[in-house]
Design a protein around this ligand. Structure first.
Ligand code: NAD
Length: 502
């Protein structure tokens, strides 16, 4: 087993090295156990291209055991008073916060993300989701409905949907897990968490901390494994009532089709190809351009909401391109545990090849590679590092403009008028998010109204809050995470008719 030589970076804590050198186990029904088959899968440090840990590969019998545990825990969890469930969830959040410094190190090693970003963004968002949803435990209520017959009392109850399989991607492992676990637990559901095979470690920590918090065995189970086996077994399992999925469009569509056989509830948070639009009349063109650079290069562009299509008023086009390129060139690529790192590697060599494929396709096609455009060399050559890349001159029909690249590649395109702009901005199958930069409030609202996207940011970008729903339009999926809508999807409504004349 690879134990990272962390001395050359910021020192990793003893908890991190102890955790990495220990045996990793599934969490099923409150016990930690190897997979029944004994099979494991390896997870890599993408900055070094070396194996970081081996985790169990959950097979069919592990999935069956986890579903059985989650089913029997439903009654236990629902018998606990709502205020006590809220207290347990708050305790769960407190324990994550207690361990945040070393969890951030583990997550950084597993995902390549800068530790500082995990500490500043991922963990607070995850904690926010748990604490926000803990508040809902005591506020889930039905209603009484006045009906025509005077003899009838009609009321509704909001009941948990049942066992939830939460299937999450590798780009925000802990935070995405919390976005799904928290509302499901608040609703009274039990959960089987299936992290991505590239980043399984923080999910295992969450499973242990939930038990330490006093959340009853079986309420949160964690199965590590591959999508096509472990994930697929959850999707077809008749004992799972709902799949809450975040990931790629391709897998999302496959899950929706497969889950139809058992009519499971499905919610899908999928990809994006998000337009970020700078009008020449925005308050500060340079600040907008600097934010636009952050909108694409944060977490190396591996973000569903990445502002990957920058559309700029022709009047300020050159100025914006210059500023974005200057921001890109100031990023410091390196290992996520190094304090000065602002740009980590891509998650894997496969992802690097995919990203590079898009850029290579652009060469010689009239598209100008203004900055970047190749993998990093020298000390970084053994990791999956790719230079932050800025492309100009791409047409709306080019793949770099239409497809989600999921890497540090920005296209910058110009527009002349708002009438010309909006159909182009919406000319994508995705509809996740968009940014608009202008001081003209009428124009801002008109553009926001015309935008086919689940979230529109005006004079800002990448704002998130546990209280605010997050999810896409069109082929970016359906069903929100966070906010009240994020809770509702784990509840089903029962209607009760009472004849009080008898
Ligand atoms: P992915 O679809 O390959 O994998 C996501 C998860 O699905 C993983 O846990 C994987 O093991 C599992 N999986 C794969 N095949 C499966 C199957 N047949 N049955 C069940 N589960 C299966 O996605 P990824 O590469 O991990 O993540 C990147 C994608 O996620 C991007 O498209 C990105 O835009 C999207 N994403 C969306 C959001 C959002 O909120 N909309 C957030 C983050 C990431």
């Amino acid at each position: 087993m690879f134990v990272p030589q962390i001395d050359e970076w910021q020192p990793a804590s003893k908890q991190t090295t102890d955790f990495l050198s220990g045996q990793h186990k599934l969490v099923i029904g409150g016990t930690e156990q190897a997979s029944a088959s004994g099979q494991t899968i390896e997870t890599f440090d993408p900055a070094l291209g070396k194996v970081l840990a081996a985790v169990p590969h959950a097979g069919q019998s592990d999935v069956d055991a986890a579903v059985a545990a989650a089913q029997s825990a439903l009654a236990v969890w629902q018998k606990i008073a709502p205020s006590e469930r809220a207290r347990l969830m708050m305790r769960f959040a407190d324990l994550i916060e207690r361990d945040a410094p070393w969890i951030a190190e583990v997550e950084s090693l597993d995902s390549g993300k800068p530790k500082a970003h995990i500490a500043a963004v991922d963990i607070p968002l995850g904690l926010g989701a748990i604490r926000y949803n803990a508040g809902w435990c005591t506020k889930i209520a039905g209603e009484t409905i006045p009906v025509t017959s005077p003899d009838m009392l009609v009321y509704t109850k909001r009941e948990p949907i049942g066992v939830v399989a939460a299937i999450v991607p590798w780009n925000f492992p802990l935070c995405q897990a919390c976005f799904k676990i928290a509302p499901a637990l608040a609703a009274g559901c039990t959960v089987i968490l299936k992290p991505a095979e590239q980043t399984p470690l923080s999910a295992l920590i969450l499973g242990k901390l939930a038990l330490e918090a006093g959340i009853p065995p079986g309420v949160l189970n964690v199965l590590t494994g591959e999508g096509a086996t472990t994930g697929q077994a959850l999707v077809v399992h008749p004992g799972v009532a709902k799949i809450s999925f975040t990931g790629s469009e391709e897998v999302g569509k496959h899950i929706a089709r497969t889950a139809a056989n058992t009519l499971k509830h499905v919610s899908l948070e999928l990809g994006g190809k998000n337009p970020n639009i700078i009008f020449s009349d925005c308050d500060d063109v340079d600040a907008a351009a600097a934010t636009a650079a952050g909108a694409i290069f944060f977490y190396t562009g591996q973000v569903c909401s990445a502002g990957s299509r920058l559309m700029v008023d022709a009047k300020v086009f050159d100025r914006v391109v210059d500023r974005v390129v200057s921001e890109a060139q100031q990023l410091k690529m390196g290992h996520g545990l190094k304090a000065e790192t602002t740009l980590g590697p891509l998650i894997s060599e496969d992802q690097l090849k995919r990203v590079d494929g898009f850029v290579e396709e652009s060469r010689g096609s009239g598209i100008e590679i203004v900055s970047g455009g190749k993998r990093a060399v020298g000390d970084l050559a053994s990791g999956s590092f790719y230079e932050p890349t800025v492309l100009t001159g791409a047409e709306d029909t080019d793949r770099v403009v239409k497809d989600e690249i999921f890497g540090p590649v920005l296209t910058v395109q110009r527009f002349e008028t708002i009438d010309d702009l909006m159909p182009r901005a919406n000319a994508t199958n995705f509809g996740l998010a968009a940014g608009i930069w202008t001081r003209d409030i009428a124009k801002a609202h008109a553009a926001a109204a015309a935008m086919q996207a689940g979230t529109v940011w005006i004079n800002t970008y990448n704002q998130f809050d546990a209280a605010v729903g997050w999810g896409g339009f069109k082929q970016s999926g359906y069903g929100k995470d966070n906010g009240r809508e994020g809770l509702d999807k784990y509840l089903q409504t029962k209607t009760v008719w009472v004849n009080h004349a008898r």
